[in-house]
Design a protein around this ligand. Structure first.
Ligand code: HEM
Length: 139
């Protein structure tokens, strides 16, 4: 009885939960729409990890200097410091870029980018090739 009389009328407000981050599996094709157009988030993949780079929309969003990486596997381009089209996986339904042919210096540069992205952005999923066991349900 005492409790019923004395209990606070207004339930204590809980801190608002941050939006849940759903870890998803992407293929190069399902990653493609996440390029910041039509207000979509901006995602890019680095060595199989998909980062939400939306806070860096000025870099990767439409019209940004690195917009070519949006919705794509940016690994090779980052490693080589190149925006050339051939840095990007052409066949979105084919195998992932194995980074074959890259030298030690380029791989070192890529590790540097990965480190920077891991500190700055959230990982929202992983990139897998179309047709792989892991891609089931992601296509
Ligand atoms: C003329 C050459 C370039 C200039 C003047 C330039 C300039 C810049 C500047 C000012 C930043 C912002 C740094 C910050 O505030 O954190 C930046 C970040 C960045 N640059 Fe460049 N850049 C150049 C070339 C490149 C190349 C060749 C690549 C890779 C292909 C590249 C990829 C990036 C990336 C990924 C970021 C990080 C953005 C982030 O934090 O998400 N840049 N660049």
């Amino acid at each position: 009885m005492v409790y019923l009389r004395l209990r606070p009328r207004v339930p204590p407000t809980l801190p608002r939960a941050s939006p849940p981050t759903v870890f998803r599996t992407f293929t190069p094709r399902t990653l493609l729409p996440f390029n910041g157009l039509n207000n979509t988030p901006v995602y890019l993949a680095v060595r199989g990890q998909v980062f939400d780079v939306s806070p860096g929309r000025n870099f990767y969003g439409p019209g940004g200097p690195y917009a070519n990486f949006a919705g794509r596997d940016a690994s090779r381009g980052l490693a080589c410091g190149s925006f050339d089209e051939e840095m990007l996986t052409k066949d979105l339904d084919g195998p992932l870029d194995t980074l074959e042919g890259l030298g030690e210096e380029e791989l070192e540069a890529l590790r540097g980018w990965e480190e920077r992205f891991s500190e700055k952005y959230l990982v929202v999923g992983k990139l897998v090739p179309v047709g792989s066991e892991e891609a089931k349900g992601a296509e």
